[in-house]
Design a protein around this ligand. Structure first.
Ligand code: IMP
Ligand code: MG
Length: 179
C-alpha cells in the first residue's frame, strides 16, 4: 500500500451533496408516509462509512425516524466470493415488525448488502429498503439494487464525506477519488 496517495479533483462538492440529501429525505418521507402512514422507520446506519450521510439524511426525514447502527466486515479473503460478512457491532434494538431503512455509503460488488439483507430478513421486520449515497453498478457481482441512490458513479476509488482509504479522508466535506 502506498502512503502518499494523491487525491483527484472534487467530484461532488458540499452543496451538491446537501441538495441531493435533501431530495432523498423528501422522497423517502413521502414514500413512507404513503406506504406506512405514521409507523416508525428504523434507519440502520452501516458503520463507519455511512455515518455522516446517515446523520445528514436523518435530519431531512419528516417521519417518526429512529436510528441504530451496525458494523460489518468481510469474513476474510477465502470467503470473499461467498460474500459472508461478519457482524462486528449489532443493532441495539429489535426490528421485528418494523420498517427498516438500511443506509450505506457505497454499493460496490453488492456482496455486503446482499448478505446483510438476507440476514436481517431472518429477524422478521415488516419491510427492508436500502438507501445508498453512491452506487458503482459496473462492479456488481450479485444482483443488488438500492431503493434510493444518491449518485451513480464510475468505477473509481472514492473518499470523503465518510468514505475512507485506510481510515483516512472520512472528514473531507466533499467527495473525491484517489488518482
Ligand atoms: P461491497 O460489498 O463490495 O458492495 O462493498 C461495500 C463496502 O466496501 C462499502 O460499504 C465500503 O465500505 C467499501 N467500499 C467500496 N468501494 C469503496 C470506495 O470506492 N471507497 C471507499 N470504500 C469503498
Ligand atoms: Mg461501508
Amino acid at each position: 500500500m502506498m502512503n502518499k496517495e494523491v487525491l483527484g479533483n472534487v467530484m461532488l462538492d458540499e452543496e451538491t451533496i446537501a441538495k441531493r440529501v435533501k431530495e432523498l429525505g423528501e422522497q423517502i418521507s413521502a414514500d413512507y408516509d404513503r406506504d406506512y402512514n405514521g409507523e416508525p422507520v428504523i434507519m440502520i446506519c452501516i458503520l463507519k462509512g455511512a455515518s455522516i450521510f446517515a446523520g445528514d439524511l436523518l435530519k431531512k426525514l419528516t417521519l417518526d425516524a429512529r436510528i441504530d447502527f451496525m458494523a460489518v466486515s468481510s469474513y476474510g479473503a477465502s470467503t470473499k466470493s461467498s460474500g459472508v460478512v461478519k457482524i462486528n457491532k449489532d443493532l441495539d434494538t429489535s426490528i421485528e415488525g418494523k420498517n427498516v431503512l438500511i443506509v450505506e455509503d457505497i454499493i460496490d460488488s453488492g456482496l455486503t448488502l446482499h448478505y446483510l439483507i438476507k440476514s436481517l430478513w431472518g429477524r422478521n421486520p415488516k419491510s427492508i429498503k436500502v438507501c445508498t449515497l453512491l452506487d458503482k453498478p459496473a462492479r456488481r457481482k450479485v444482483d443488488m439494487k438500492a431503493d434510493y441512490v444518491g449518485f451513480e458513479i464510475e468505477n473509481r476509488f472514492i473518499v470523503g464525506y465518510g468514505l475512507d482509504y485506510d481510515e483516512k479522508y472520512r472528514n473531507l466535506p466533499y467527495i473525491t477519488c484517489l488518482e
